[in-house]
Ligand binder design. Structure first.
Ligand code: ADP
Ligand code: MG
Length: 331
């Protein structure tokens, strides 16, 4: 079992040591037939449910600064995937972790594992495998879970006349990133929203069979709502004064924060559509899930998103969202 591994032998800890010391934990789920330690994991999907699978990669210098707190990196690498499963209406279950590290230090790994497993525990997720290699810092987490076929939430399914809602307060994370990049003091609450986003798993679960379409907001509200609408073959009207603003953002001028609320990234909130007749029901589900939801617009016939002021004036946003292959600067 303990064999030298090309490319990793020069690390202070061997690959085997890293896995044993930081990633192999006592089993916590009885649907894991075989976890870390063999060539692959064996997992039991409950009968009658669909397996849901998502993967997201965080690259140093692109998704986080190389010197970022390893606890936050571990936390966020799982959080972004939990958010994807939430947007499908799924129950998270099993994760695998592909970790590429320039060097392996105890302190870094300890903190990284702390962030990862803290969130994993909250959501009943077990780490069942992975891969550890040497190279430029990059973290790839694959998350699997399951969902009852009748509770699946997709991007397609919105229909004209339905209400558009969003959870939480989009824009906080992007505002924090902007302040941080400008070398300004960052409000701790906003920094928390950037570094430790709360994936809306409970809300996503309770919206299954209720919402008609859903997406998680990772690249900006307009961009992600745009994806939902494209998949549904619909257009939308958004009322910009209705966009929920956190108290921390509300101390700044509306005109300044608006672009971040509409186009910032890294929110990990849910944007979804629902029949108007079910708005009260949704408000109650959100309350039970411990998340605020706000009605921000209406699905229309056609294509595109029309942003309106309360008095009916048109608002034209400058920037639509974050595109990794677009012209924007990396963090
Ligand atoms: P193989 O050479 O067959 O891919 P590895 O030596 O890469 O095996 O991995 C041995 C075991 O440790 C496997 O069960 C694998 O899933 C697990 N593993 C490797 N790296 C990690 C990691 N970073 N986190 C969790 N499990 C890991
Ligand atoms: Mg391997």
């Amino acid at each position: 079992m303990r064999k030298p591994v090309p490319g990793i032998a020069a690390m202070s800890l061997s690959e085997f040591d890293i896995i044993e010391q930081f990633f192999r934990r006592p089993p916590r789920r009885n649907d894991v037939v075989l976890g870390i330690g063999d060539d692959a994991a064996l997992l039991e999907v409950p009968q009658g449910q669909l397996l849901v699978s998502a993967v997201d990669t965080l690259v140093a210098g692109r998704h986080f600064p190389p010197q970022a707190d390893p606890f936050d990196i571990g936390y966020k690498s799982l959080a972004v995937n939990l958010s994807d499963l939430a947007a499908m209406g799924a129950m998270p279950a099993w994760a695998t972790l592909a970790l590429t590290l320039p060097q392996a230090t105890d302190d870094w790994l300890e903190a990284f594992a702390g962030g990862f497993f803290g969130l994993a525990r909250e959501h009943g997720v077990e780490l069942v495998g992975g891969d550890t290699t040497r190279g430029p810092l990059s973290v790839s987490v694959q998350l699997q879970g399951f969902v009852e076929p009748q509770r699946v939430l997709r991007r397609a399914g919105a229909r004209p006349g339905q209400a558009i809602l969003v959870s939480g307060t989009p824009g906080d994370a992007a505002w924090a990133l902007k302040q941080w990049q400008a070398g300004q003091a960052v409000d701790p609450l906003l920094l928390q929203r950037l570094n430790r986003p709360q994936p809306r798993v409970a809300l996503g679960r309770s919206l299954g069979g209720v919402a008609t379409a859903a997406i998680d907001v990772s690249d900006g509200l307009l961009a992600d709502l745009g994806h939902l609408l494209a998949a549904s073959g619909c257009a939308a009207t958004l009322w910009i004064e209705r966009l929920p603003r956190s108290a921390a953002l509300a101390v700044h001028a509306f005109d300044d924060t608006l672009a971040y609320q509409l186009g910032g990234g890294d929110d990990y909130e849910l944007c979804f559509t629902v029949d108007f007749s079910r708005l009260d029901e949704v408000a109650e589900l959100a309350r039970q899930a411990g998340t605020t939801v706000t009605e921000i617009g209406r699905v229309e016939e056609g294509t595109g998103i029309r942003c309106l002021h309360e008095d009916g004036r048109r608002y034209r946003p400058e920037r639509v969202g974050f595109d990794h292959f677009g012209p924007q600067e990396a963090p």
